[in-house]
Design a protein around this ligand. Structure first.
Ligand SMILES: [Zn+2]
Length: 226
């Protein structure tokens, strides 16, 4: 697939070139939404991607603090479901912690030693180390343009037998995508489905140990591909 300006935009996760444009009622002038029939990812093309400054400004409008009871409850349910059945201490990396690192604090209360990483809000922190027992990534992957690079990073950060627990709303399929609300947030640029997570587990060194119907997955790091 080639864009009108001649720049090819193949699938950013699996590099498949056999992708199709889908009807999304995109509000981004010049942007298209593409569907990859190999890894099931849906992605917006470059004209729809915000600049880093625009994206950071959007994030600052989120009210994700320990004082936000609903947000804390949401993260507590995530930890109860996607983390605590699998991991109960050790070194954790909160990846994409945002301006208010609430999840990091909740992980500390559960006995983890926590590093925080966010490309926009913790630039002063050290680069993440390696060998984490747990990596958490809530509502992050849908923002990251370089999906393949992101997963290579995840692969390298977690030790064998360690866990990656994530949330991102799973897309409803290319036919229903246009009516779906989740892509109306202009910072959402990559849309995963349950099948996308299954593709990742087959092609990256992970085994799915939890995959719900809505938005949550936990993967266990295996030795394949290392
Ligand atoms: Zn793909």
């Amino acid at each position: 697939m080639t864009e009108p300006n001649g720049v090819p935009e193949d699938c950013p996760l699996c590099f498949n070139t056999d992708v199709v444009e889908i009807d999304s009622r995109s509000r981004h002038p010049g942007a298209q939404y593409m569907y990859c029939n190999k890894c099931d990812l849906i992605y917006i093309t470059s004209p729809g991607i915000l600049s880093p400054e625009e994206e950071r400004a959007r994030y600052l409008t989120h009210e994700n603090t320990l004082d936000n009871r609903g947000y804390v409850d949401l993260l507590t349910r995530f930890l109860d479901k996607a983390v605590s059945p699998f991991a109960s201490g050790g070194r954790a990396l909160e990846f994409g912690c945002g301006p208010g690192p609430v999840l990091g604090e909740l992980l500390r209360r559960r006995g983890f030693e926590v590093d925080l990483y966010d490309p926009y809000f913790s630039p002063g922190l050290q680069r993440p180390k390696r060998g984490y027992d747990l990596l958490t990534s809530t509502e992050v992957v849908e923002h990251v343009v370089d999906a393949a690079g992101l997963w290579d990073t995840f692969d390298s950060l977690v030790r064998e037998e360690g866990y990656l627990a994530l949330t991102t709303r799973f897309h409803p399929g290319p036919r229903d995508f246009g009516d779906w609300w989740y892509h109306r947030d202009p910072t959402h640029v990559r849309f995963y489905s349950r099948d996308t997570l299954k593709w990742i587990a087959e092609n990256h060194p992970w085994e799915l140990v939890l995959l719900d119907e809505r938005d949550t997955a936990t993967l266990k790091r295996i030795s394949r591909g290392t």
